[in-house]
Design a protein around this ligand. Structure first.
Ligand SMILES: NC(=O)c1ccc[n+]([C@@H]2O[C@H](COP(=O)([O-])OP(=O)(O)OC[C@H]3O[C@@H](n4cnc5c(N)ncnc54)[C@H](OP(=O)(O)O)[C@@H]3O)[C@@H](O)[C@H]2O)c1
Length: 310
């Protein structure tokens, strides 16, 4: 067996949430020389603290990468307890066990911990003030991790994540563009669409640097409304041959599309401190979107593909 303390290439990582859209990207971009143990909900239900401890013992990781979360923003309004079990209590248990075992913990959080008033981008030190239950549960998770003062713990906040796979705005818009004559999309909420592919590369880079702790903010570069994002998806999809016709997209205000959970109007993360601390530069969201569309178009199993199943 390799001596992991003496040989960084022998690092062993427990990847939680491996079945999610970010988890899949983290698996795809795992660095060479790092052994990754994937854990999806079927392997470990994070609402069961006893199982968390047993899973850590079995995997014996040097690093826990937590991409698992309860992410159903609207459902969280009525399933707050469950959201807290996954988003607050499980990260707290992970942080406790990580501190006791000297294990690095990298936890993913969200711009939804902020209220999203229109104003300047959010800095890591701004006090969380979520406007919905999902945001509350994620803010509780952050607080629990931070309160333990584990020097090897790192929280990375991000927002508007999408991937060629999984459930996300990108895939929903692509599907609707194929089904509808026209679309109406909210244009008064702004943020930064963030490709799970670029986020996964960033996460690996910072996860393997144990000098980085505290909170980092990361997204792709630039700013867009949901309407801008939808128009860009339509344009890229037509360029990639995924759409044969032009589908008009109309901007609408938030109140025209009521949802159970309130959304922040302004979900832009200030990344300047992260860029200074890491030396890493984000790619512009339009560039990242082109890459995701290409990946989606190349997938023979994608919905609508001639060889695809659904
Ligand atoms: N999506 C976004 O726009 C966004 C924005 C900001 C931050 N984030 C954060 O980014 C991280 C990754 O999210 P994502 O976008 O990849 O979401 P996702 O696709 O919903 O993935 C989350 C994963 O967590 C798993 N999970 C849920 N409950 C669990 C439980 N009780 N035990 C074990 N696993 C459980 C889910 O399993 P199932 O597949 O079985 O449900 C899913 O695979 C999360 O921390 C999220 O809060 C996401």
């Amino acid at each position: 067996m390799k001596n992991r303390a003496a040989d960084p290439s022998a690092r062993r990582v427990l990847l939680l949430g491996a079945g999610g859209q970010l988890g899949r990207a983290l698996w795809e971009f795992r660095p060479s020389g790092v052994e990754v143990v994937r854990s999806a909900r079927d392997d470990l239900d994070l609402t069961r603290p006893v199982d968390i401890e047993a899973a850590l013992k079995a995997a014996s990781p040097d690093l826990i990468l937590n991409a698992a979360a309860y992410t159903a923003v609207d459902r969280a309004e009525r399933e707050f307890e469950l959201a807290c079990a996954v988003n607050a209590e499980a990260p707290a248990a992970l942080a406790r066990l990580a501190r006791a075992g000297g294990i690095r913990l990298v936890h993913v959080s969200t711009d939804f911990v902020f209220p999203g008033d229109r104003g300047r981008p959010w800095r890591p030190e701004d006090p969380p003030r979520p406007v919905n239950r999902y945001g509350e549960s994620k803010a509780e998770g952050e607080k629990a991790i931070q309160s333990l003062g584990h020097s090897l713990a790192l929280i990375v906040r991000t927002g508007w994540v999408y991937a060629p796979w999984g459930h996300n705005f990108f895939r929903t818009i692509l599907r609707l563009l194929g089904e509808r004559e026209e679309l109406h999309v909210i244009d008064d909420q702004v943020g930064t669409p963030t490709s799970a592919l670029s986020l996964a590369r960033f996460l690996w880079a910072v996860a393997l640097r144990e000098d980085l702790s505290g909170i980092l903010h990361w997204s792709d570069a630039g700013v867009a409304s949901w309407y801008d994002f939808a128009c860009a998806i339509e344009e890229e999809a037509r360029n990639a041959g995924l759409l044969k016709r032009l589908v008009p997209i109309h901007p609408i205000p938030t109140e025209a599309y009521p949802l159970p959970a309130r959304r922040p109007f302004q979900a832009i993360l200030d990344k300047s401190e992260t860029i200074a601390r890491t030396g890493l530069e984000p790619v512009h969201w339009r560039t990242a979107l082109s890459q995701v569309v290409r990946r989606f178009a190349e997938d023979p199993n994608r919905p609508g593909s001639r060889t695809g199943k659904s």
